[in-house]
Design a protein around this ligand. Sequence first.
Ligand code: GLA
Length: 411
Amino acid sequence: MKKTIALLFALNFSVLVLGQGNTHNQTGGKFEGLAMKPPMGWNSWNTFATNIDEKLVKETADIMVSSGLAAAGYNYIVLDDGWMTKERDANGDLVPDPAKFPNGMKSLIDYVHSKGLKFGLYNCAGTQTCAGYPGTRGYEYQDARFYARLGIDFLKYDWCNTKGITAPEAYTTMSNALKTAGRPIVFSLCEWGDNQPWEWGKPIGNLWRISGDIYPCFDCEFKHPENWSSWGFMKIAEMRKDIRKYSGPDHWNDFDMMEVGNEMNDTEDKSHFAMWCMLSSPLFTGNDYRKMSKETLAILTNKDLIAINQDKLGIQGFKYSAEDGVEVWVKPLSDGNWAVTFLNRSDAVKKVNFDWKENTIKDADFGYEADFNKNTYKIKNLWTGREAGTTKKNFTGELASHDCITLKLSL
Ligand code: GLA
């Protein structure tokens, strides 16, 4: 009899536990609608790595507002790896490094919020972050509650030290944990495209990295001694040819934080920014605002380019053609309009002479078409801000090495 009661109790208990598991699945799924346009902001990693502190964040937030970056649409300040101490506290909570953040993380987040901006943090699905700080594995629900208490708005979730776990499961667990914690937090999947997050990320995340890390060069591969590579921006732009159909409002392919204002020249920075706009990538600046040149600021705040990136259709552009070193990238926009970028991939100066009428542009993934024999479009050059005739006449121009011209074609 006692045995039967014990068995019944055990059965009931497991039904209860299973029931709880199901509840999580039912209430799971990301907070919908938090990133209907590609998120824009600043991330600390590209310039500062783990050398981050309260002063840097406050100054960055101040400049984001005073420089016009915030007015142009940049509003997330995201602290990447290195914000915590090497050990959790006695309760198992993460600890913001008191040497770097002497007034605590909450007061810093309140400061950023008081400027009308949003705040993000970083962690990792594995046992440790890529830089060796405590990872979230086994602490998903506890960490999600910690983030909700702090009041963050964005979580970048990386993929180092993840031996033995699968990406869809690990990212689903964290997504469910965030949902259960109850604070709407944009969930940014950073597993480098290794496990095709575009195929399973949409119900659980708002954006996902599609590549390994960016490197501040036009088209290079930088080989790290530990046997991994970082990539020039054109390499990333082309890395995954067939995944544009997976990107769209609230579920973006993320081409990585930008290197504009870092080690490339202004011409390459301009092309880098144009490509991230054409590709509907999230626009996270990765430079030191305190040392930003006016040329860098002008590139990052070009309103017409940003409007291409933020277009409400949310369609990722694609390469239409490549001839003699000049590539033509196109992006369908709302209201039947298009963006077109001519980009000189070569080391020589190139002339552009584009006969619209000989080119009907078809978007096979989304079913858009630009037929220049049926429709005439007005042309605006988005880098000079000038009107440039219509598609009745050939478009002509000249491109320095690695330079680009971005046009908006309007009906
Ligand atoms: C990985 C990510 C980077 C950055 C670092 C931090 O390499 O891809 O974007 O977050 O980790 O350690």
